[in-house]
Design a protein around this ligand. Sequence first.
Ligand code: 13P
Length: 250
Amino acid sequence: MRIPLIAGNWKMYKTMGEATAFVKELLPLVSGVTGVEIVLAPPFPSLGPVAALTAGTNVGVASQNMHFAEEGAYTGEVSPGMVKDAGAAYAIIGHSERRQYFAETDDSVNRKVKAALASGLVPVMCLGETLSEREEGRTFEVVERQLRTGLAGIPASDSSRVIVAYEPVWAIGTGRTATPAQAQEVHAFLRGLLSELWGATAARSVRILYGGSVKPENIADLMGRNDIDGALVGGASLKADVFANIVKFQ
Ligand code: 13P
């Protein structure tokens, strides 16, 4: 049984004041929601404040990134232990914007996934093809490489603590959502690969989220598909009432 997970990735939006105001507005809107894990991923400065406000509620907290080292001379970076200490339970890793603008590679993603697990954080490992890769018919080849390299060396015993997020780059921030059928096709393919990697039972327990222009209008359709276990929401997670409507998709 995979519990659906809906996460709001705020990207580089919201000051601490805006973040705390959002949480105060969101909590009463979603307090009655059961059977869905709700997660917020604020920018680093707001991790602690958001974690403090959501402690003991049905809303969890994720970082949007982290370094793989536990400490060191890495100016500007934040370690897994620091993320955990701030109150986060999850870490988004390898988002396409990190890959595109900050030179993250499948190998650095793999190091980060391992570091997150070692620190007791649940990694939300992102992958997805670009528009040109899709148009060239390379979607499956690209996501297979990203999945296999990103999860290299991670044993099946850790599978229940790993979340995968499929985010086709062409659907991020464009208003152009993958159709539920397009997303399901890739999710099923990814679950097949997970089954090769970890066995069928473990693969069935891994949650695979979809991300890319998710909104209240399309969430139910996406969630209706067999292998879509939740969503990573960008733009539509910035307003509490809109995000609450996504969380309450059922
Ligand atoms: P949008 O929902 O704004 O398309 O962003 C998706 C995303 O990148 C979530 O991580």
